[in-house]
Design a protein around this ligand. Structure first.
Ligand code: C2E
Ligand code: MG
Ligand code: MG
Length: 546
């Protein structure tokens, strides 16, 4: 495998190289000397570069790379220090004789092996593969880094860097990202927060003076006519007692993504915002973890009312994470979805609903409950299996427990999702499509997923009320559902006007503050508010399905 020059490489270097292979997945692994000359090559060099490993040894590494990426990669490799990996991201290799080269994802690492060497691993990427790793994939990596740093503790430094001029923003911006990453924990835990702020996670006690000077010089060199840039930085401790590294990582990723644009903020204000985001995210992850593991969360119930009889058809179970049980779970649910915790939570909610049924006094056999399931959970085989097991054990709840699918946009595979839904329906648990809007996507879901009901999103209804053809659209939609044997629920009905509107448009059921805000006890709805508004009407005949 190795040529004669490489055969002289010390055993130690070999060992490190193969140890590295274990975490640097790759199609091609190179070792470089500090001047970036290729010392050894192993792996699919011909497939990637069209040249055999022998042809590369002794040449400059940057010759391998397409011209546009060369400067950027050289800049990062030159700033590597031992034990600090730089995930340089996606680059293109130089093609042979002017052809377009292969797209690869590249990672570099400089090891203190007694002899200075840089290890580079490359993995081939499909042309249409995304540039950056997916959000969710950041979590396990980050968790690993945090676990590794936990002896010293981790800190986060916030940098305020003047906006890079538009014309040089591309390559200079990328070099800057790469540089910060090279100095972050594990070489891949730096992040751009907005157009001016960057966060870098690192071992506690690290000083960034030289890096700051380097960046200032780089920006100045790109535009020497501009006044010399000044970079400010601020270091925040990472406090997360009692959290697992993976939960800490989930919180970090979520907080970083939620920083928002803050280029107008002073360093102090940006630090304050970052601190708040972090503390909110950690609070939410901790609550969510307790909710999932110990069932520490509440349910608020809201009635879904039959427009024609005025009777309560069933209640929707809404998760509550605050003590008072009045706050919206929206942020926590979003966090659960973004961090992949949602499937565990949705299962915890289904369990809680089952327990709640057990607490009902006798003679309440007609009380029904709908539980939300995120479209994201449906993708998970573990969730589907867990839910089916729960329902099998609690078959007595058939026709009393139903499900609402929220966040349909997160359903990865509509056919598989429909299979899951039909599984529930066959067992006697009905399914609604939640947050149904007027958008074209909604029709796609409606045709791909066979459900018992659709719930029209409050915003869609308000829009229909205002829009010129809104009434015609909503009426056509409810008519379509009626013909398919699907019931229609209008959500967020707050006023008698909205109620009259959806009734005129042919909806069967309503839900909203007009008939009560969600409450911890269903007894609250024994006297349904505004029931008088529901004059008994003759129900349009539903055409049976098939
Ligand atoms: P959703 O399933 O569409 O639930 C209806 C939301 O509208 C609830 O918000 C309810 O409090 C609110 N609402 C009801 N009537 C009115 C009204 O007249 N006016 C206004 N402005 N709002 C009204 P909530 O409780 O904040 O829940 C927000 C979302 O969080 C839910 O929307 C659902 O998507 C999600 N969610 C709640 N519990 C769970 C859960 O256990 N699992 C999952 N995956 N998602 C959940
Ligand atoms: Mg719902
Ligand atoms: Mg809804």
């Amino acid at each position: 495998m190795l040529n004669t020059e490489a055969a002289t490489t010390t055993l130690r270097l070999e060992r490190d190289r193969y140890a590295l292979l274990a975490f640097c997945w790759g199609d091609l692994l190179l070792t470089l000397d500090p001047r970036l000359r290729i010392e050894t090559v192993s792996g699919a060099s011909e497939a990637l570069t069209g040249l055999s490993e022998y042809a590369w040894t002794g040449r400059k590494f940057t010759d391998l790379i397409a011209e546009k990426d060369r400067g950027r990669i050289a800049a990062v490799l030159e700033t590597l220090t031992p034990t600090r990996r730089a995930l340089a991201g996606t680059i293109r290799l130089a093609g042979r004789e002017g052809a377009t080269g292969t797209r690869v994802s590249v990672a570099a690492h400089r090891l203190d092996t007694g002899r200075d060497a840089i290890f580079v691993s490359m993995r081939m990427l499909a042309e249409d593969a995304p540039d950056e790793p997916e959000e969710i994939e950041e979590v396990p990596r980050l968790a690993e880094r945090l676990a590794a740093a936990s002896a010293q503790g981790a800190e986060m430094t916030l940098f305020a860097i003047p906006e890079i001029p538009r014309d040089t923003g591309g390559p200079l911006g990328e070099t800057l990202d790469d540089l910060l990453r090279a100095h972050s924990l594990g070489g891949d835990t730096a992040m751009r927060l907005d157009s001016r702020h960057y966060s870098v996670l690192h071992e506690a006690g690290r000083s960034f003076g030289p890096v700051i000077h380097q960046i200032e010089a780089m920006i100045h060199a790109a535009d020497p006519t501009a006044p010399p840039p000044r970079i400010e930085s601020m270091t925040l401790p990472m406090q997360a007692e009692g959290m697992s590294e993976s939960d800490l990582a989930r919180g970090l990723v979520y907080a970083m993504h939620r920083f928002g644009e803050g280029s107008e903020l002073s360093l102090h204000e940006a630090g304050q915002r970052l601190r708040e985001r972090l503390s909110d995210a950690m609070g939410s992850v901790t609550r969510l973890r307790r909710a999932i593991d110990d069932g520490v969360f509440g349910i608020a119930f809201q009635p879904i009312v039959d427009l024609y009889s005025g009777a309560i058809d069933h209640f929707e179970a809404l998760a509550r994470f605050d003590q008072a049980g009045t706050g919206s779970p929206f942020e926590t649910i979003r966090l659960a979805e973004e961090t992949g915790l949602i499937e565990d939570f949705d299962l915890a909610m289904a369990r809680k609903a089952v327990s709640w049924f057990r607490t009902l006094p006798l003679n309440n056999e007609n009380i029904c409950l709908a539980v939300n399931i995120s479209g994201r959970s449906i993708n998970s085989a573990a969730y589907a299996e867990g839910l089916h097991r729960l329902l099998e054990e609690n078959h007595w709840l058939r026709r009393r427990l139903s499900f609402e699918i929220t966040e349909s946009a997160q359903i990865a595979d509509l056919d598989a999702a429909n299979g899951f839904i039909q599984g529930l329906r066959r067992r006697g648990f009905s399914v609604a499509l939640d947050d149904f809007g007027a958008g074209a996507a909604s029709f796609r879901y409606l045709s791909a997923l066979e459900v018992d009901a659709v719930k029209f999103d409050g915003a869609a209804i308000r829009h229909a009320q205002r829009a010129q053809k809104g009434r015609a659209f909503l009426s056509a939609l409810t008519e379509l559902c009626r013909r398919m044997g699907i019931s229609t629920v209008a959500e967020m009905i707050e006023t008698p006007e909205a109620l009259a509107f959806v009734r005129d448009c042919g909806c069967n059921f309503v839900q909203g503050y007009l008939f009560g805000q969600p409450a911890a006890e269903i007894g609250r709805f024994a006297q349904l508010p505004n029931r008088g508004l529901l004059v008994p009407l003759q129900r349009p005949r539903t055409v049976a399905h098939h």
